[in-house]
Design a protein. Structure first.
Length: 277
């Protein structure tokens, strides 16, 4: 049985630091000695671009290619799609073709698990697989949720739409009930936090009041910083672009928090006599 931990970074709302979190968490885990695969599951291909692969349409094999081949009953080895990034993480890229793949999936058998079936064998080679989801509750997002162990939800410190968060948690609950019984919500991560205002404190309290009994609210908060936006245009993570920045420090702290929670979970689920860490 694989020890790989699979995580989806998801929120149906865009502009919450979802892609930045996927890349930064992946690189931070790699810095902690973990082997990490990132999967871009968004037709916009923001993660692919962020990591420096600007000519998406020229990439010969993407997540769309793997899924289309699987639908056509001509599965392709997922290793053929993997790109190796200079910062120690691997990537399965995406481009606009994934939007057409979603259309083609409508009549596919086991359409909710195409992505899972395509990538199942990659679990043998990685400690963590992190999926950057598209900002909508689509069939592609459902596919991502069907293959992961947990979901991390990044949110901005704004007065939240309870309905919007409720819709996402509702979708996760439905996927857990009908498709992926192992799926859990890892937690809610506050991003783009401006500590000069009182709003982050108020929003965190709102999160605790509304969801704290059922979902973990991570202690780490990711600050807003111009350096983050600058790094996205350079094909570099915040660690490569400005390793001493508050954002880099926060994401490294977040990675340690994720690792700590993972160890606690493994200890909880493993028989005492068989658990060695």
């Amino acid at each position: 049985m694989s020890n790989c931990k699979t995580i989806a970074i998801a929120n149906q709302k865009g502009g919450v630091g979802k892609t930045t979190t996927a890349f930064s968490l992946g690189v931070a885990l790699a810095k902690e000695g973990k082997k990490v695969l990132l999967v871009d599951a968004d037709p916009q291909g923001d993660l692919t671009t962020y990591m420096g692969y600007y000519n998406q349409d020229e990439i010969p094999i993407t997540i769309s290619t793997l899924m289309e081949q699987y639908i056509e009953d001509e599965p392709m080895s997922p290793e053929r799609a993997i790109l190796q990034h200079k910062e120690g993480v691997d990537l399965i890229p995406s481009n606009i073709n994934l939007a057409m793949t979603e259309v083609n999936m409508q009549n596919a058998m086991k359409r909710e698990s195409v992505m899972k079936d395509c990538l199942e064998r990659t679990k043998d080679y990685y400690d963590y697989i992190i999926v950057d989801c598209m900002p909508s509750l689509s069939m592609i997002t459902t596919n991502a949720l069907s293959m992961v162990d947990e979901v991390i939800i990044p949110v901005q410190p704004q007065y939240l739409s309870a309905k919007g968060m409720g819709n996402l948690l509702g979708t996760i609950a439905k996927v857990k009930k009908h498709i992926n019984k192992e799926l859990e919500v890892g937690g809610i991560l506050m991003t783009l936090v401006d500590r000069r205002t009182k709003l982050p404190v108020q929003v965190k309290q709102e999160l605790e009041d509304n969801y704290g009994k059922i979902v973990k609210i991570y202690d780490t908060q990711i600050p807003i910083a111009i350096k983050t936006a600058e790094s996205t245009s350079k094909g570099k993570s915040i660690f490569e672009y400005d390793k001493n920045s508050s954002v880099a420090t926060a994401y490294m702290q977040f990675a340690k928090e994720v690792l700590k929670e993972d160890v606690k979970e493994r200890r909880k689920n493993a028989p005492t006599k068989d658990y060695i860490r």
